[in-house]
Write a protein that binds this ligand. Structure first.
Ligand SMILES: Nc1ncnc2c1ncn2[C@@H]1O[C@H](COP(=O)(O)OP(=O)(O)OP(=O)(O)O)[C@@H](O)[C@H]1O
Ligand SMILES: [Mg+2]
Length: 410
């Protein structure tokens, strides 16, 4: 059987052909590999270079490889944070003509860390709570989209910094199933698997001495479930308001938006007596702020970063002479937003020397500078301005920043 590379993007097969497909993944020479931390897995997984990209290569049987590839494509279509599938390679043969296992190739998720590497420095309980929050939000998003994960765990999740919090990405979709909608039973089952897996992983860390002594592994598993249930309830519950109080509905929609979710449809019904209305939102995937920032500025960021940057953008807009919402002759928000990117965002990011940025992307860096500005302004009792903040950040914070996963300040 001939080597076959099935890929979504026509540019990828050419780059991927350069890789040593005739050698078992475990024996790939150093020169092809990228030494980045990996989580634990049953299959052999390696990171390799393909042109400008770093890719994750996982050896597994053909059927599960194709299945996982398709599921990851579905998740991408649904806007769920998961690793991007690039290709499946089949028909590999070794030097003596013996068949080798097919592989699934995904794009390495830049700036991400497997949780084990995050626990190498003992993590403060507050940071752990943020991690768990991110995982609960991911599970809610998957469930809203009808995806039952089947193996939610810390090892199957990747974490990226997101404005002082974390954003969680699904990395292993092998056991997943996509339905039109999940029943409560299916959700509960999935949640229970998550609880058992996570408590187990934390017990493991505890045994190896890598867990903060105040953290109770079993309690933490239960807490993720509570966090998930609270969020699910907030997103899907039916609310009843006195008739005429439509602004209550608006308020609830805003709250949902603030949590990062959009309301795709809603059902509003008056009671037979007409004195109350019932409101049922149909909430869809998160990323409200992310999409808004992308539309306005072209910056593609995580959700919390987007919320933070939008706040900054809005307050900056208000200082511009041609800013007058509702006035047809005033500058359009997109125009102002691009001006902000050119005159504020980019110069601030450029003021930080590349070698000091660590693994922070521009949005995270900008967020950190905003945090620092806020901190210095509080101390000075007046706004010290962005320029002073970035200078002080470069001179005093970055050189001493530990490259630990914890954000510098709460
Ligand atoms: N695209 C990617 N970007 C970053 N890291 C990745 C990527 N793909 C895989 N990894 C790393 O490799 C590890 C193993 O991947 P994965 O969970 O898919 O393997 P697996 O053998 O199917 O796992 P399991 O034992 O749960 O079945 C992940 O925990 C992650 O650390
Ligand atoms: Mg896995």
């Amino acid at each position: 059987m001939a080597l076959q590379i099935s890929a979504t993007n026509p540019e990828h097969p050419a780059l991927l052909l350069e890789l040593p497909w005739g050698t078992p993944l475990e024996e790939w020479p150093e020169e092809y590999l990228v030494p980045l931390p990996r989580g634990i897995s049953r299959h052999v997984v390696r990171y390799a270079r393909a042109g400008e990209e770093t890719v994750a290569v996982k050896e597994l049987a053909e059927r599960p490889a194709l299945r996982e590839y398709e599921l990851l494509r579905d998740l991408d279509r649904l806007g769920i944070p998961a690793v991007d599938p690039l290709a499946v390679v089949t028909g590999r043969t070794g030097g003596a003509g013996e068949p080798l296992e097919p592989v699934l190739i995904t794009r390495h998720l830049g700036g991400s860390m497997p949780y084990r590497s995050m626990f190498e420095t003992t993590m403060r309980p507050a940071t752990m709570h943020r991690l768990m929050d991110a995982l609960a939000v991911l599970l809610v998003r998957l469930h809203l989209a009808g995806f039952a994960w089947g193996d939610c765990s810390l090892s199957n999740t990747l974490f990226r910094r997101d404005a002082g919090a974390y954003a969680a990405y699904l990395v292993d979709a092998e056991t997943g199933e996509l339905h039109r909608r999940l029943s409560d039973g299916q959700r509960e089952y999935d949640l229970d698997l998550a609880r058992v897996n996570i408590s187990g992983e934390l017990l493991d860390l505890e045994a190896s001495g890598a867990l903060h002594p105040s953290v109770d592994p079993v309690g933490f598993g239960a807490e993720i479930c509570a966090r998930y249930r609270g969020l699910w309830q907030e997103l899907t519950r039916t609310s009843v308001y006195p008739a005429g109080k439509y602004h209550y509905i608006e308020r609830r929609i805003r709250r949902l938006n603030d949590l990062g979710f959009d309301v795709a449809e809603m059902q509003i019904e008056s009671s037979p007596t007409g004195d109350t209305v019932t409101f049922v939102p149909k909430v869809v995937d998160a990323g409200h702020h992310q999409r808004q920032l992308l539309r306005l500025t072209g910056l593609d960021t995580e959700e919390n970063q987007a919320r933070r940057l939008l706040t900054d953008l809005e307050s900056w807009m208000a200082t511009q002479d041609d800013y007058a919402p509702g006035d047809p002759h005033a500058a359009r928000p997109e125009v102002l937003a691009h001006r902000w990117v050119r005159e504020v965002f980019r110069p601030t990011v450029r003021a930080v020397p590349r070698e000091l940025r660590g693994d922070m992307d521009p949005a995270e860096l900008y967020h950190q500078v905003l945090e620092h500005r806020w901190y210095l302004s509080e101390r000075a009792q007046h706004d010290i301005g962005l320029d002073t903040a970035v200078r002080d950040y470069v001179d005093n914070i970055l050189p001493t920043a530990r490259r630990a996963p914890e954000p510098a300040r709460d």
